[in-house]
Design a protein around this ligand. Structure first.
Ligand code: NDP
Ligand code: BG6
Length: 509
């Protein structure tokens, strides 16, 4: 599409500012959403497809086929999806955009255990190939509970279209430990090649997470000081103020360690610590990330702290303790908070702690990566307040208030030489007029294009589990007294002690 065509056809004020010119249009394809009646499909996937349609980023020849157990007609499914878009999309609802998207919408009601359902699905896809010239390309999204993965993967593998490509998007959780993740990888590899498997970690689709790569590798000033010589330590926080939002069934067997640490947090750490890739291809980027994951370790059980929230107040309302949430065992030992000190054993990072923490019902929603540099060795000023001597910190605000800020010491105007910490800020909102895309928009489009850079490779997943398994094994030896932090606090005292022992503290809030 030419720039003129893009400007003419897009309902956006300024489509070029949304970075549309740099991406090629994907091949024609059918997107099959397994789990089409579920929460993820309603809240994230369909709104993301609408956002892509809104920006003319979908292929010209494109169809969505929903598959789930609930009975519905094609028209009923499309109506349900229209409501989902009206409720959750980030753009205004435009009838013309919706009509274009809904035109290719089909629905197949079946239990995944029913082979005949897959035959009906194959027939629908073949019809669409013929009617719309889709050419046999299929993108299959597994938005279903993991127990359903093997049945679907096997059925799809046996019914591959002889024409075009077939790709598989696999949602989290990807296994529950190293063994189950390996089994899942083996099962997938029996039917699909690694370059056809897209394991989603939606944090990698966030603009600010990708900006970590831009910050590090598109600027000459950071890399020379991005190492143990200049950096004192790194802090990564993934804090949520919400609780488990009715997901006890899943969360009881997951906890913060599997829900956030194993995937989102370790990916943030890998992007922060990785070596510069030789190019921005999927293999180069993932080769560097996996090296970090392989080099990662905790010095011992005392370096990992877990917590579980008790009652507290959120915006003036009392909220229940984790053990009082619907579906949670009254003596549950599930972790809703984890903090850890990690080391990356390589030349760049040896002896540089990476302190990480994540939790539900913490005081505020905040995901940040803070790179704390070493103190100035000898500030030559006499009249310097202690505050002014604070070390420099580069703060990547992943969310909310997306941006980057650098904390520096500056002279307070007036007589004398009083130094105070100030921030040099870059805010996405103030700099770019475009809104922030949802992670799923970027990720679905990447799958259509066949770009795996922002997806987790099999070996990365296995390295992530190796570390989690070691931590969970150590936890079996003790039984902390839960709950150990109040909702809307910053976690248990032991989480603060982790840094205090090293003469450091979590960044203040
Ligand atoms: P839901 O329980 O809301 O939806 C599950 C979907 O799978 C429904 O459409 C359901 O159909 C369908 N389904 C389940 N079993 C069968 C079966 N045997 N035959 C046919 N259809 C079946 O789950 P979510 O949408 O919340 O999550 C889906 C996946 O995405 C999970 O793996 C989850 O961990 C992951 N995920 C979800 C997130 C979210 O925000 N929701 C975030 C990150 C990951 P029906 O209802 O018609 O029976
Ligand atoms: C999901 C977790 O992967 O990420 C949820 O399962 C968590 O528990 C969510 O709330 C956080 O995502 P985001 O994009 O809101 O930070």
């Amino acid at each position: 599409m030419t720039v003129a065509e893009l400007q003419r056809e897009s309902p956006l004020q300024n489509p070029l500012e949304e970075g549309l010119r740099v991406r090629r249009k994907p091949d024609p394809c059918s997107l099959v959403i397994f789990g089409a009646s579920g929460d993820l499909a309603h809240r994230k996937l369909m709104p993301a497809l609408y956002a892509l349609a809104f920006r003319n980023l979908l292929p010209e020849r494109f169809a969505v086929v929903g598959v789930a157990r609930s009975e519905a007609s094609d028209a009923g499914y499309a109506e349900d999806m229209r409501k989902a878009v009206q409720e959750h999309a980030r753009d205004e609802f435009r009838e013309d955009v919706w009509e274009r998207l809904a035109a290719g919408m089909r629905y197949v009601a079946t239990d995944f255990a029913d082979e005949a359902g897959f035959d009906r699905l194959a027939a629908v896809l073949n019809d669409l190939d013929g009617a719309q010239g889709i050419g046999g390309n299929r993108l299959c999204y597994l938005a279903v509970p993991p127990v359903a993965f093997p049945t679907i993967v096997d059925a799809l593998g046996r019914r591959r279209s002889p024409d075009g490509w077939t790709r598989l998007i696999v949602e989290k959780p990807f296994g529950n430990d190293l063994e189950s993740a390996r089994e899942l990888n083996t099962m997938l590899s029996e039917q699909f090649h690694e370059d056809e498997i897209f394991r989603i970690d939606h944090y990698l689709g966030k603009e600010t997470v990708q900006n970590m790569l831009a910050l590090r590798f598109a600027n000459g000033i950071f890399e020379p000081i991005w190492n143990r010589q200049f950096i004192d330590h790194v802090q990564i926080t993934v804090a949520e103020s919400m609780g488990i939002e009715g997901r006890a069934g899943y969360y009881e067997s997951s906890g913060a360690i599997r829900d956030i640490f194993q995937n989102h947090l370790l990916q943030l750490l890998a992007l922060t610590a990785m070596e510069p890739p030789i190019d921005f291809t999927a293999e180069s980027v993932r080769n560097e990330k996996v090296k970090v994951l392989r080099a990662l370790h905790t010095p011992g059980p005392k370096s990992v702290v877990r917590g579980q929230y008790g009652r507290g107040h959120v915006e003036g309302e009392e909220v229940p303790a984790y053990r009082e949430e619907h579906g949670v065992a009254p003596d549950s030992m599930t972790d809703t908070y984890v903090a850890a000190k990690l080391f990356v054993d390589n030349w760049r990072w040896a002896d540089t702690p990476f302190y990480v923490r994540m939790g539900k019902r913490l005081a505020r929603r905040e995901t940040t990566i803070a790179i704390q540099f070493k103190r100035a060795p000898h500030p030559p000023f006499e009249e310097t307040s202690a505050e002014g001597l604070r070390p420099n910190v580069l703060l990547v605000h992943v969310q909310p208030d997306e941006g980057v800020s650098l904390e520096i010491g500056a002279k307070v105007p007036g007589q004398g030489m009083t130094i105070r910490s100030v921030h040099m800020d870059f805010h996405y909102g103030g700099t770019f007029r475009t809104g922030m895309p949802e992670a799923y928009e970027r990720l679905i489009l990447d799958c259509m294009i066949g770009d795996q850079t922002l997806f987790t490779r099999a070996d990365e997943i296995e390295e992530q589990w190796l570390l989690v398994d070691a931590i969970v094994a150590a936890w079996k030896r003790d039984k902390p007294s839960f709950p150990n932090y109040a909702a809307e606090s910053w976690g248990p005292p032991s989480g603060h002690d982790l840094l205090r022992r090293d003469g450091r503290a979590w960044r203040s809030h």
